[in-house]
Design a protein around this ligand. Structure first.
Ligand SMILES: Cc1cc2nc3c(=O)[nH]c(=O)nc-3n(C[C@H](O)[C@H](O)[C@H](O)COP(=O)(O)OP(=O)(O)OC[C@H]3O[C@@H](n4cnc5c(N)ncnc54)[C@H](O)[C@@H]3O)c2cc1C
Length: 364
């Protein structure tokens, strides 16, 4: 007999898990399909940095706030530790300091403050000012994603790993060993541009972005939160859309041309064992190079040195990719009446997926 669910979700990354969670919380019967034996895509390769501060002003910023709240609700019952809370954005140029003050004056700066460098003694000398935000948090994605998946199972979600969905029609999914029925189907394929609904994804000009990441040894200090720097202020739209960011962009184009050419900026987060995850770079290509460049790692470490001092030894290096689109931060498409395609098309899926899932359910 063909098994029937209220909702079927394709994709076991954070976007798929967030949709399965929303459906399970609504009391619906849910099936989750993931083609790998465990999720190994962007969702476990990221910083686990649930970023509110600096997200695009308006609706997207609100989605991040809402998702952060859901992460807080889910973390305890799912056994996921919040590794640290809050963000410190270090500014070492006058133009960066001007952006921090402009940000603080907006509604996005509510609850934030600008610290003197001596109030952030974990930072290297040479900083002019530091924005502190209490709004962000960090989870260890490589353990948080499996824990969230297990929690969904406890909520009654039926999980099918090592199960590629090869076809989706209205009310029906095809896998290699048969067929399932579901009243509503949500496809969350991450940056797979050649699988389900590839034509729909192409029609939104979705491409891919590749990032290089590093894990460093314990530096011997506990960071009180995530750390970012001047270069982040021209990447994150909540800052870079402010008029004050123009002068900073001009300045950094002169002083940091190579960093900017490789899309390098700084995010630093710390894990329970004291090790540090540092990144990142951004290279845009439908078929990204699988080869990580030492020169790009050196640019990331160069920025680390300017903000936190001599980097400890490198424990791990990896790359990751996520979907990008020129004109949107996420898409919810309706290829069929009761089928939705949901792709986060920027580097903020961990920060927004839970709230985007709520939007998807409203769209049916
Ligand atoms: C290095 C890096 C750092 C990042 N840092 C952050 C950060 O700190 N904060 C933040 O908010 N965001 C961050 N991001 C972005 C964030 O990780 C992504 O936006 C998010 O993980 C995308 O989730 P996803 O579920 O769409 O994709 P994925 O995690 O790639 O999951 C998609 C899943 O779908 C499965 N799948 C696809 N097709 C099928 C099919 N037909 N059948 C079955 N399964 C299928 C795949 O196997 C895959 O497991 C980062 C991304 C990277 C790469």
């Amino acid at each position: 007999m063909i098994k029937t669910f209220d909702v079927a979700v394709v994709g076991g990354g954070i976007v798929g898990l967030a949709h399965a969670y929303a459906a399970a919380k609504a009391g619906l019967t849910v099936a989750l399909f993931e083609c790998q034996a465990r999720a190994t895509g962007a969702s476990i390769r990221n910083f686990g940095f649930v970023t509110v501060t600096g997200q695009q002003r308006g609706a997207f910023h609100q989605l991040a706030q809402r998702s952060r709240d859901i992460w807080q609700d889910v973390a305890g019952p799912a056994g996921i530790a919040i590794e640290h809370r809050g963000l410190y954005v270090a500014a070492r140029y006058p133009e960066s300091e001007a952006v921090l003050h402009a940000f603080l004056a907006t509604e996005m700066g509510e609850g934030c403050e600008i610290l003197r460098p001596q109030d952030a003694p974990f930072l290297a000398d040479g900083q002019r000012a530091v924005l502190h935000s209490p709004h962000d948090l960090r989870v260890e994605s490589r353990t948080a994603i499996p824990l969230l998946s297990q929690y969904l199972s406890a909520l009654g979600v039926e999980r099918f790993y090592s199960t590629a969905v090869t076809g989706v029609e209205q009310g029906r999914l095809t896998i290699s060993r048969g067929t399932f029925r579901a009243e509503r189907i949500i496809v969350c394929p991450g940056d797979d541009l050649s699988g389900l609904f590839a034509d729909r994804i192409r029609a939104h000009n979705v491409s891919r972005c590749q990032l290089q990441m590093l894990r460093l040894d314990d530096p011997g200090i506990r960071l009180p939160g995530a750390v970012m720097s001047d270069l982040s202020l021209i990447r994150y739209l909540g800052y870079s859309d402010l008029p004050e960011a123009r002068a900073l962009t001009d300045r950094l184009r002169d002083s940091h041309a190579e960093h900017i050419a490789h899309g390098v900026h700084l995010i630093v987060v710390q894990s329970a064992d004291g090790s540090i995850v540092v990144g990142d770079s951004h290279h845009y290509d439908d078929a990204p190079e699988p080869f990580a460049s030492t020169a790009v790692d050196d640019l990331i470490l160069d920025e680390y040195r300017a903000v936190l001092g001599t980097p400890p030894s490198i424990l791990e290096r990896w790359t990751g990719t996520y979907a990008v689109a020129p004109d949107r931060l996420y898409l919810i498409d309706a290829p069929l009446p009761d089928v939705r395609l949901c792709v986060v098309t920027c580097g903020a899926g961990a920060s927004t997926a839970f709230a985007i899932a709520e939007q998807t359910f409203k769209s049916f």
